[in-house]
Design a protein. Sequence first.
Length: 119
Amino acid sequence: MIGPIKNNEQYEEALANIYTLMQMDISADSKESDELEVLAILVKDYEHVHFPIPKPNPLEAIKFRMEQMKMSEKDLSEILGYRSRKSEILSGKRKLSLAMIRKLNEILHIPADILIQAY
């Protein structure tokens, strides 16, 4: 019987069951497939509460996304409008304005909730 995960022992057991089910060749509408889906939901909820992933620093998110998109700092200057602003922002001397956040969200696809955090 599958039930809520209330402690680390149950969490580890659920992970082991997920691993076992994933090693099987199960069909999409089978009992095992449903069990795997329910276990995955329970594990995700447990991890969300007990192992939360913090949001990244806005500046690190910008740098990471630029790297992913193979963009240069010159490209960022074009997004933000001025070369000096780019340097001030990346060094943490200047905060992002609402207009900058909107452009970064639109062009780099960084979620606004990441960009509006204090840093």
